[in-house]
Design a protein around this ligand. Structure first.
Ligand code: TRP
Length: 459
């Protein structure tokens, strides 16, 4: 079969960065930083990226680029008939599974962009934002329609293929995202009281650092870089032989970290401006859809037009970030189904979109009409979220690092990262060491910690 590649190195970097930069950067990283010691957390986070994130990212790139195949095919080719082939299949499943609920949140970002644009938040009392969000998600129609629109846009891009779909749109959307981020940062930093927000984010408080904080940094690094399943592996299968894997991975990690830190500069100065204590708001949907609309409204109450602009741009930023990540999730499953079952891209994309539509609607409706369906005290949406975040991703990440560190042929590994001997690889030994020992151990500890294994140490 004739396989497309990305047309340029820049396209490859922007597509992979698009996968990495997502909701995790905007609504998880800033709050985790604020709560876990500010700059101390950022330093630990960057160390996690270097010692653990980069080695795994480079390995996923390598597995994809070497085989030029979808993730399931890639692991099958490299596993010589051993059960390691299941790692790839699990990666495909994970991507498809995450997409089902991620696209629901993508729909929410569109709704909030729309609300901001139509000035629906003006004059709303601070206490009402929680209710607005609850009423919206419980509504049987509105969130579902936004979700359908969001997955429809994703479908439209993916069905156009690698170069005129993913690459072309990444080249438009990533610079847009970058510019909006800088605009919002600039605006937020010029608010009165911004200095307190900067101090909150940047003052290292090493007294807060303990094992839990380190594990939070590991988990965040992992999620933020889109590691542990098939996203980066699938995108790398469209890299050409000249793409420098380690350098591309480094660029992606730098872009991802930069946007995450900037999100902190957008959020905290405006929070301090209205006297809100960031330690009292949680991360996640509550922050993005309940606290922040209120923060923006109040911080910019002097100028209604600026309030509309700031809020609209912020939710549009969330939307673009979510869309480029959703594209990468969709592509994992689409590449799999088209290649393994020999379908046209159009048909493959349709099948994936169709299945995601059904399950995504269940996730979307689980805040309203289907809220009665619960398992382990979670609704359908949380089941998808927690099962992928707490089980599938850590498991995938651990298996990938073990596979790359212990099972892949060293010569093959070295040959690929040096592009057949063209590039110097002084980091090779350290990289293998991390894949063999550090990464599996760190991920294993995060996993056990999430299951509550260390709770007895925390009192
Ligand atoms: N990295 C994205 C974010 O920060 C989310 C994401 C996209 C992801 N694809 C992934 C996370 C694959 C883990 C694995 O929001």
């Amino acid at each position: 079969m004739n396989r497309e590649n990305f047309g340029s190195k820049l396209g490859a970097i922007l597509a992979a960065a698009g996968s990495a930069v997502g909701l995790g950067n905007v609504w998880r990283f800033p709050i985790e930083t604020g709560q876990n010691g500010g700059a101390a957390f950022i330093i630990i986070y960057i160390m996690c990226i270097i010692t653990l994130g980069l080695p795994i990212m480079i390995s996923e790139f390598l597995i994809g680029r070497y085989t030029h195949s979808n993730t399931a095919g890639a692991y099958r080719i490299l596993s010589d008939g051993s059960p390691w082939k299941w790692v790839g299949r699990m990666g495909v499943f994970t991507g498809w599974f995450i997409l089902c609920y991620y696209a629901v949140v993508g729909g929410w970002t569109m709704h909030y962009t729309f609300l901001s644009l139509t000035n629906a938040f003006a004059g709303v009392p601070a206490t009402q934002f929680g209710q607005i969000f609850e009423d919206f998600t419980a509504n049987p129609w509105i969130p579902s329609l936004w979700f359908i629109l969001f997955i429809g846009i994703t479908h439209f891009i993916i069905t156009r293929g690698v170069q005129s779909g993913i690459e072309r749109f990444s080249k438009i959307m990533m610079p847009t995202l970058f510019i909006i981020t800088l605009l919002l940062t600039f605006c937020s930093l010029s608010l009165p009281g911004a200095a307190d927000g900067i101090e909150f984010l940047l003052k290292p408080d090493w007294s807060k650092v303990n094992s839990t904080v380190v594990l939070a940094a590991v988990g965040q690094a992992f999620y933020s870089l889109s590691l542990g399943m098939g996203c980066l592996c699938t995108y790398a299968s469209y890299f050409d032989e000249k793409t420098p894997l380690a350098k591309t991975a480094t660029h992606v990690a730098i872009i991802d970290t930069f946007i995450a830190v900037m999100a902190g500069f957008i959020i905290f100065p405006s929070m301090f401006n209205i006297g809100m204590n960031p330690n009292e708001v949680g991360a996640g949907a509550g922050l993005a859809f309940v606290s922040l609309p209120n923060v923006f409204q109040q911080a910019l109450s002097g100028s209604p037009l600026l309030a509309i602009l700031f809020s609209t741009l912020f939710y549009f930023l969330l939307f673009v970030a979510a869309l480029t990540s959703a594209m990468s999730l969709h592509e994992v499953a689409t590449a799999y189904i088209t290649e393994e079952f020999n379908l046209s891209r159009r048909k493959g994309t349709l099948i994936i979109t169709g299945t995601v539509l059904i399950l995504g609607l269940l996730c979307s409706l689980s805040f309203g009409p289907l809220s009665g369906i619960q398992l382990f005290g979670r609704n359908i949406f949380s089941l998808f979220d927690d099962f992928s975040g707490m089980v599938l991703l850590p498991l995938g990440g651990m298996l990938i690092s073990i596979f790359a560190g212990w099972r892949l042929d060293r010569q093959l590994y070295r040959n690929e990262i040096s592009n057949g001997g063209d590039l110097r690889t002084p980091y090779f030994k350290a990289l293998i060491f991390s894949l063999r020992y550090i990464a599996p151990l760190a991920i294993g500890l995060v996993f056990l910690d999430q299951q509550g294994a260390f709770n007895f140490l925390k009192h």
